[in-house]
Design a protein around this ligand. Structure first.
Ligand code: 5AD
Ligand code: SF4
Length: 457
């Protein structure tokens, strides 16, 4: 799939982008398309017959990284078919696998023309020129001193026709959790100037976007310069953004617990547009494991944080990431994680088996947990998390929820939207306006979605 819901542009050259991994990659794919528009490339929905294919990749776990090579195998055939027919196809690998593996990709897949990381895609026009020369190829995994954002086009056709959009405000990570590749693939923490973000948000809203999710690997550590010269934290940025006419909903992800400051916590109680939903990864419920992970918080810090958030916004729903089977994790450590989950009651969560990543400190630890045990723990953890998610969904039945309608459903006359808690809500409605927020009475709950009915309100 290309970036979500992109409209096809009738440009001369066909560009196919396949996006893996996180929401920031979705944002980046949109920006890559923007950079390539002046060169005559327009997005298409399928790789067949494309003039350029970009795989925007994820390196976070082994499985994600492996997918790239199997996809490249398929693309190799497409490229050959096109060349046999007298055409040309440029194949690019971008994103975090490109950053981490660089030259290795060119060795394993010599038919790849361009390999570049997340910080250099603004240089795509030069890269395309270089790769188009006979025998030319590009390997660009720099971390340029000047941020790419300064060189990206102001205009963008990404998100046209969409009601919800991502907006990167912060990128990179200085935390160095022992399991994680992100500090190596995305580089050091950087916050975009507040004015640039506000301008981008206004443009999105002008295009019809009603909900913006602010993105960053450590988004809650945002500290960007404002026009006044002041430095704004995320709480201030959110407060200012909420004044944009037509912007109805704000979210932010992903947050690091130790970076939740007073201003941001307070914003949850003060800013109506800020949705009562927060993804706040804790990773483990064991202090011993958190320490081994080099996390800068303990379990009690997390508990206190949840209490403070709930004091500001009683109905806030929490989500988290969990890793099971981190090296040295005992049954007792795992039991502590289950205990924390029972206490907090998450409304949804992501959970993963620990995957040793090359170059990260945890990959070199001796006491790796067996895959069988990881599988068992993951199943147990997911049973509990799924039960909590279902319980939350069931508790939504009988409530009236504001649903941002954004697309037709699979069945005729059906629409799909999102509740404030990111639940997918299906409704049969005769007509709606794109971007409309409709109060719906929730009539049924399922594991991953809700059914709603129009109310007379
Ligand atoms: N193994 C398993 N899960 C990981 N994550 C990050 N690195 C790893 C790894 N090596 C998970 C964390 C993070 C989420 C994006 O991915 O839970 O919050
Ligand atoms: Fe994957 Fe992390 Fe890179 Fe996003 S930043 S694509 S999650 S490795």
């Amino acid at each position: 799939m290309g970036p979500r819901g992109r409209t096809q542009t009738p440009l001369a050259k066909k560009l196919y982008i396949k996006t893996y991994g996180c929401q920031m990659n979705v944002y980046d794919s949109g920006r890559m398309a923007d950079v390539l528009t002046p060169l005559g490339y327009g997005l298409v929905e399928a790789p067949e017959g494309a003039d350029m294919i970009i795989l925007n990749t994820c390196h976070i776990r082994e499985k994600a990284a492996e997918k790239v090579y199997s996809e490249l195998g398929r693309i190799r055939h497409l490229k050959k078919q096109r060349e046999d027919a007298g055409g040309k196809m440029l194949v690019a690998v971008s994103g975090c696998v490109a950053q981490a593996e660089g030259e290795e990709i060119l060795k394993r897949a010599p038919y790849v023309d361009m390999v570049f990381g997340p910080q250099t895609y603004h240089r795509l026009p030069e890269m395309v020129a270089e790769a188009s020369r006979a025998g030319g190829y590009v390997l660009d995994t720099d971390f340029p001193a000047e941020p790419k954002f300064d060189h990206l086009p102001v205009e963008s056709s990404a998100n046209v026709g969409e009601t919800a959009a991502f907006l990167t405000v912060q990128e990179g990570c200085d935390k160095f959790c022992a399991f994680c590749v992100v500090p190596y693939t995305r580089g050091a923490e950087y916050s975009r100037p507040a004015d640039d973000i506000l301008a981008e948000a206004r443009r999105l809203v002008g295009q019809g976007v009603r909900e913006i999710t602010l993105l960053g690997q450590n988004v809650n550590n945002y500290h960007g310069e404002a026009a006044s010269g002041e430095v704004w934290g995320l709480g201030r940025l959110i407060t200012e953004m909420a004044d944009i006419d037509g912007l109805r909903r704000l979210r932010y992800t992903t947050s690091y617990p130790a970076d939740m400051n007073d201003e941001l916590i307070a914003a949850h109680g003060e800013v109506d547009a800020l949705m009562p939903f927060l993804h706040l990864p804790v990773q483990s419920g064991s202090d011993r494991i958190l320490k081994a992970m080099n996390r800068r918080h303990q379990v009690d810090d997390y508990r206190r944080l949840v209490d403070r958030l709930r004091k500001c916004r009683a109905d806030i729903g929490l989500s988290s990431d969990f890793i099971v089977g981190f090296p040295g994790e005992t049954d007792a450590d795992f039991a502590d994680t289950l205990k924390l989950i029972e206490e907090v009651e998450f409304i949804q969560a992501y959970s993963f088996k620990y995957s040793p990543r090359p170059g990260t400190p945890a990959a070199a630890l001796d006491d790796q947990v067996s895959d069988a045990l990881k599988t068992e723990r993951l199943a147990q953890l997911q049973d509990l998390l799924n039960a909590q998610q279902l319980a939350f969904n069931q508790a939504s039945v009988g409530r009236v929820m504001d649903v941002l309608l954004d697309r037709p459903g699979r069945e005729p006359g059906q629409l799909v939207g999102r509740s404030p808690y990111m639940q997918a809500v299906h409704v049969s409605a005769a007509s709606y306006e794109r971007g409309e927020i409709m109060p719906l009475l929730i009539t049924a709950a399922h594991a991953n979605s809700l059914t709603g009915e129009q109310t007379s309100q």
